[in-house]
Write a protein of this length. Structure first.
Length: 219
Protein backbone atom coordinates (compact mmCIF):
# COMPACT_ATOMS: atom_id res chain seq x y z
CA UNK A 1 0.00 0.00 0.00
CA UNK A 2 1.20 3.50 -0.83
CA UNK A 3 0.75 6.19 1.77
CA UNK A 4 0.19 9.53 0.07
CA UNK A 5 1.49 12.51 1.98
CA UNK A 6 0.65 16.12 1.16
CA UNK A 7 2.48 19.12 2.59
CA UNK A 8 1.13 22.65 2.19
CA UNK A 9 2.95 24.48 -0.63
CA UNK A 10 3.58 27.50 1.53
CA UNK A 11 5.24 25.44 4.21
CA UNK A 12 8.25 27.76 4.30
CA UNK A 13 6.01 30.00 6.38
CA UNK A 14 6.20 27.39 9.12
CA UNK A 15 9.80 28.49 9.77
CA UNK A 16 8.60 31.78 11.18
CA UNK A 17 5.41 30.49 12.75
CA UNK A 18 7.10 27.55 14.45
CA UNK A 19 9.31 30.01 16.27
CA UNK A 20 6.38 31.72 17.92
CA UNK A 21 3.69 30.56 20.33
CA UNK A 22 0.97 31.07 17.73
CA UNK A 23 -0.32 28.13 15.73
CA UNK A 24 -0.48 27.87 11.96
CA UNK A 25 -3.60 26.10 10.78
CA UNK A 26 -5.30 25.28 7.52
CA UNK A 27 -8.03 22.92 6.38
CA UNK A 28 -5.50 20.14 5.67
CA UNK A 29 -2.69 20.68 8.16
CA UNK A 30 -2.04 22.08 11.58
CA UNK A 31 1.19 23.16 13.19
CA UNK A 32 1.96 24.41 16.64
CA UNK A 33 5.19 25.02 18.47
CA UNK A 34 6.74 26.51 21.58
CA UNK A 35 8.42 29.93 21.72
CA UNK A 36 11.84 30.35 20.16
CA UNK A 37 14.60 28.26 21.73
CA UNK A 38 18.30 29.09 21.85
CA UNK A 39 21.48 27.58 23.26
CA UNK A 40 21.28 24.05 24.61
CA UNK A 41 17.54 23.83 24.06
CA UNK A 42 17.96 24.74 20.40
CA UNK A 43 20.58 22.02 20.00
CA UNK A 44 18.23 19.55 21.70
CA UNK A 45 15.45 20.50 19.29
CA UNK A 46 17.66 19.79 16.29
CA UNK A 47 19.14 16.63 17.80
CA UNK A 48 15.65 15.21 18.32
CA UNK A 49 14.98 15.49 14.57
CA UNK A 50 18.42 14.13 13.67
CA UNK A 51 17.84 11.13 15.93
CA UNK A 52 14.51 10.43 14.23
CA UNK A 53 16.14 10.61 10.80
CA UNK A 54 18.77 8.15 12.00
CA UNK A 55 16.07 5.72 13.11
CA UNK A 56 15.07 5.12 9.48
CA UNK A 57 18.61 4.58 8.22
CA UNK A 58 18.36 0.80 8.56
CA UNK A 59 14.80 0.36 7.28
CA UNK A 60 13.53 -0.71 3.87
CA UNK A 61 11.25 1.69 2.01
CA UNK A 62 10.53 3.63 -1.16
CA UNK A 63 9.83 7.36 -0.93
CA UNK A 64 8.84 9.70 -3.73
CA UNK A 65 9.78 13.37 -3.37
CA UNK A 66 8.77 16.48 -5.26
CA UNK A 67 11.43 19.16 -5.70
CA UNK A 68 11.08 22.92 -5.81
CA UNK A 69 11.25 23.01 -9.63
CA UNK A 70 8.44 20.46 -10.01
CA UNK A 71 10.71 17.52 -10.78
CA UNK A 72 10.71 14.37 -8.65
CA UNK A 73 13.24 11.99 -7.11
CA UNK A 74 12.43 8.45 -5.98
CA UNK A 75 14.48 7.00 -3.14
CA UNK A 76 14.65 3.24 -2.59
CA UNK A 77 16.62 1.67 0.21
CA UNK A 78 17.10 -1.82 1.57
CA UNK A 79 20.33 -1.32 3.52
CA UNK A 80 23.08 -1.60 2.54
CA UNK A 81 21.57 -0.90 -0.89
CA UNK A 82 20.37 2.59 -1.86
CA UNK A 83 18.99 4.03 -5.10
CA UNK A 84 18.04 7.56 -6.14
CA UNK A 85 16.28 8.19 -9.46
CA UNK A 86 15.09 11.38 -11.11
CA UNK A 87 16.10 14.42 -13.20
CA UNK A 88 17.55 12.02 -15.77
CA UNK A 89 19.94 10.71 -13.11
CA UNK A 90 20.23 7.33 -11.42
CA UNK A 91 22.56 7.03 -8.43
CA UNK A 92 23.08 3.54 -7.00
CA UNK A 93 25.06 2.89 -3.82
CA UNK A 94 26.18 -0.47 -2.46
CA UNK A 95 29.14 -1.67 -0.36
CA UNK A 96 30.89 -2.77 -3.56
CA UNK A 97 30.43 0.30 -5.74
CA UNK A 98 28.56 3.51 -6.46
CA UNK A 99 27.12 3.97 -9.93
CA UNK A 100 25.94 7.19 -11.56
CA UNK A 101 23.99 6.90 -14.81
CA UNK A 102 22.99 9.88 -16.95
CA UNK A 103 22.31 10.87 -20.54
CA UNK A 104 20.50 9.49 -23.57
CA UNK A 105 21.86 7.05 -24.49
CA UNK A 106 22.53 6.14 -20.88
CA UNK A 107 26.13 6.13 -19.74
CA UNK A 108 27.20 4.93 -16.30
CA UNK A 109 30.29 5.72 -14.26
CA UNK A 110 31.40 3.45 -11.42
CA UNK A 111 33.31 4.45 -8.28
CA UNK A 112 34.07 2.82 -4.92
CA UNK A 113 31.01 2.03 -2.81
CA UNK A 114 30.15 2.39 0.87
CA UNK A 115 28.33 0.38 3.52
CA UNK A 116 26.25 3.41 4.53
CA UNK A 117 25.37 6.82 3.12
CA UNK A 118 28.50 8.48 4.46
CA UNK A 119 29.09 12.25 4.32
CA UNK A 120 31.16 11.72 1.18
CA UNK A 121 28.42 9.60 -0.41
CA UNK A 122 25.73 12.10 0.56
CA UNK A 123 27.74 14.93 -1.02
CA UNK A 124 28.20 12.87 -4.19
CA UNK A 125 24.44 12.21 -4.38
CA UNK A 126 23.60 15.87 -3.88
CA UNK A 127 26.13 16.84 -6.56
CA UNK A 128 24.72 14.27 -9.01
CA UNK A 129 21.31 15.92 -8.69
CA UNK A 130 22.69 19.40 -9.23
CA UNK A 131 22.20 20.45 -5.62
CA UNK A 132 18.42 20.29 -5.97
CA UNK A 133 17.94 17.20 -3.79
CA UNK A 134 18.95 16.51 -0.20
CA UNK A 135 19.33 13.09 1.40
CA UNK A 136 18.26 12.56 5.03
CA UNK A 137 21.95 12.39 5.91
CA UNK A 138 22.55 15.72 4.19
CA UNK A 139 19.57 17.26 6.00
CA UNK A 140 20.91 16.10 9.36
CA UNK A 141 24.33 17.60 8.63
CA UNK A 142 22.83 20.90 7.49
CA UNK A 143 20.64 21.25 10.58
CA UNK A 144 23.59 20.49 12.87
CA UNK A 145 25.79 23.01 11.08
CA UNK A 146 23.25 25.81 11.49
CA UNK A 147 22.35 25.16 15.12
CA UNK A 148 26.05 25.24 16.04
CA UNK A 149 26.43 28.75 14.64
CA UNK A 150 26.37 31.84 16.90
CA UNK A 151 22.94 33.08 17.96
CA UNK A 152 21.15 30.05 16.55
CA UNK A 153 17.52 29.55 17.48
CA UNK A 154 14.84 26.98 16.78
CA UNK A 155 11.12 26.41 16.80
CA UNK A 156 9.50 22.99 17.15
CA UNK A 157 6.09 22.05 15.86
CA UNK A 158 3.91 19.23 14.65
CA UNK A 159 1.68 18.88 11.61
CA UNK A 160 -1.07 16.43 10.83
CA UNK A 161 -0.25 15.07 7.38
CA UNK A 162 -2.10 12.21 5.70
CA UNK A 163 -3.77 11.33 8.97
CA UNK A 164 -0.50 11.13 10.91
CA UNK A 165 1.60 13.50 12.96
CA UNK A 166 4.89 14.78 11.52
CA UNK A 167 7.53 16.27 13.82
CA UNK A 168 9.17 19.47 12.54
CA UNK A 169 11.92 21.90 13.46
CA UNK A 170 12.86 25.28 12.02
CA UNK A 171 16.40 26.45 12.73
CA UNK A 172 18.21 29.65 11.88
CA UNK A 173 21.28 31.59 12.98
CA UNK A 174 22.82 35.00 12.54
CA UNK A 175 23.02 35.72 8.82
CA UNK A 176 21.55 32.33 7.87
CA UNK A 177 18.06 31.91 6.44
CA UNK A 178 15.76 29.40 8.19
CA UNK A 179 15.97 25.71 7.41
CA UNK A 180 12.88 23.62 8.08
CA UNK A 181 12.77 19.83 8.35
CA UNK A 182 9.97 17.40 9.16
CA UNK A 183 10.09 13.64 9.76
CA UNK A 184 7.46 10.93 10.03
CA UNK A 185 7.10 8.89 13.25
CA UNK A 186 9.22 6.15 11.63
CA UNK A 187 11.99 8.64 10.84
CA UNK A 188 11.45 9.06 7.10
CA UNK A 189 12.21 12.56 5.82
CA UNK A 190 8.88 14.25 5.07
CA UNK A 191 9.99 17.76 4.21
CA UNK A 192 13.10 19.91 3.97
CA UNK A 193 13.43 23.51 2.85
CA UNK A 194 16.57 25.65 2.83
CA UNK A 195 17.00 28.48 0.37
CA UNK A 196 16.55 27.15 -3.17
CA UNK A 197 16.27 23.53 -1.99
CA UNK A 198 12.92 22.00 -1.15
CA UNK A 199 12.23 18.28 -0.79
CA UNK A 200 8.63 17.25 -0.15
CA UNK A 201 7.40 13.68 0.45
CA UNK A 202 4.50 12.73 -1.81
CA UNK A 203 4.30 8.95 -1.45
CA UNK A 204 5.79 6.22 0.71
CA UNK A 205 5.72 2.42 0.86
CA UNK A 206 7.60 0.08 3.25
CA UNK A 207 9.06 -1.98 0.39
CA UNK A 208 11.12 -1.60 -2.78
CA UNK A 209 10.15 -2.63 -6.32
CA UNK A 210 11.93 -5.32 -8.27
CA UNK A 211 14.98 -3.96 -10.03
CA UNK A 212 15.20 -0.94 -7.75
CA UNK A 213 18.96 -1.32 -7.44
CA UNK A 214 19.71 -2.14 -11.08
CA UNK A 215 21.14 0.42 -13.52
CA UNK A 216 18.69 1.78 -16.14
CA UNK A 217 18.52 -0.19 -19.34
CA UNK A 218 20.40 1.24 -22.30
CA UNK A 219 18.17 2.76 -24.98
Amino acid sequence: MILSVSVVTGFAGFAGSACSPSAVRSSSTAASGPPTHAGDQARQDVQAIIDKLGAAADTTYTAEYALLDGNAVTVSQAPPLHAYRGLGVTYLLSPDESTVCTGDPVKCAVAPGADTVSPASSKAITTAFGGRFATPEDVAARLAAVVNQPASRTGRGSRTIGGGTVDCVAVTASGISPQTACVTPSGVLAYFAAGSVRVELHAYRPSVPAGAFSPPAAR
